[in-house]
Design a protein around this ligand. Structure first.
Ligand code: NAP
Length: 271
């Protein structure tokens, strides 16, 4: 049985669908329930409260683990006690490139590596789905605002992350490996807004925010340290953070999906 945490999110939701479609038994974990495919059990649990996960882990063999809360060792012990032998961690590229700014994912990585479980770490760059922050302003007045308008990064479609996770959870040969997951080419925020406009068949006006304006907005839904790390990567990425990783193509046997494909698939959010 597979336990998927973050099961109602962009990555976890797609992973649950893929595992269920492949005929696997799945337990979906999140704090609040959400829509799930038929036959998938939901177990309410909070990664910030490891004891709340006991029921979800009972009889599990493999775990897809999200970075949330501050007790990764206790979460992994509870997973082992329930029967889990394999863990796939959804970390962040920043845990490798800027561990000082990405302390929480770096701590989860260390705990997973020392857990005695058969582990694999996924380090994605920024998600294409972060553009959903533009859904309301694009619907209301065809405007998208972001900082660092012309800094390009190879953002990844969360559905590709889910597909990679499904492969490494279900197949042997990935234990002890860390994969960096990116999209197929670097795209700037201005180009991403234009791609949504193209999918809509309407012009989307781009407004460049200052770092401070973006910071104030992001603090509404992200912790302080994560905001600093994200803004640093968005504004002054290293060569490594701008590079396209070969790992998605190696693992899936096809190129990662471009941003425009994500925009077309998620068009309803912007209409
Ligand atoms: N966005 C990026 O650019 C980016 C880049 C690199 C890595 N990441 C990592 O990827 C993760 C997943 O992204 P996503 O877009 O799929 O997330 P998302 O759409 O925001 O969904 C988050 C999921 O996790 C659940 N969740 C959140 N906190 C939880 C907790 N304390 N205990 C149990 N479940 C919890 C949520 O459900 P409930 O709220 O109901 O619990 C939801 O199912 C992020 O959390 C981040 O660590 C993101």
């Amino acid at each position: 049985m597979f336990v998927v945490t973050g099961a109602t999110g962009n990555v976890g939701g797609e992973l649950v669908r893929l595992l269920a479609a492949a005929g696997e038994r799945v337990t979906a974990v999140s704090r609040r329930p959400g829509p799930l495919p038929e036959g998938v059990r939901h177990s309410a649990g909070d990664l910030g409260d490891p004891a709340s996960l006991k029921a979800a882990f009972d009889g599990a063999g493999a775990l897809f683990l999200l970075v949330a809360g501050h007790e990764p060792h206790a979460v992994l012990e509870a997973a082992k006690a329930g029967g889990v032998r394999r863990v796939v961690l959804l970390s962040s590229q920043g845990a490798g490139t800027r561990p000082g700014l990405y302390g929480q994912p770096a701590a989860f990585e260390e705990a997973v590596r020392g857990s005695g479980l058969d582990w694999t770490i996924l380090r994605p760059g920024g998600f294409a789905s972060n553009a959903l922050a533009w859904a309301e302003p694009i619907r209301a007045h065809r405007t998208a605002a972001a900082p660092f308008a012309d800094v390009a990064l190879p953002v990844i479609d969360p559905a590709d992350i889910a597909e990679v996770a499904s492969v490494v959870l279900r197949r042997d040969g990935h234990a002890g490996r860390t994969y960096v997951l990116t999209g197929p080419q670097p795209v700037t925020p201005r180009e991403r807004a234009a791609a949504i406009g193209q999918a809509l068949g309407a012009e989307v006006r781009f407004v460049e925010q200052s770092r401070e304006e973006a910071r104030a907005q992001m603090l509404g839904f992200m912790p302080d340290q994560a905001v600093e790390g994200t803004l640093t990567i968005l504004g002054t990425p290293t060569e490594e953070e701008q590079r396209v990783s070969p790992d998605v193509e190696r693992l899936l046997g096809r190129a990662p999906r471009p941003f425009a494909t994500w925009a077309t698939r998620n068009l309803a959010a912007f209409q």
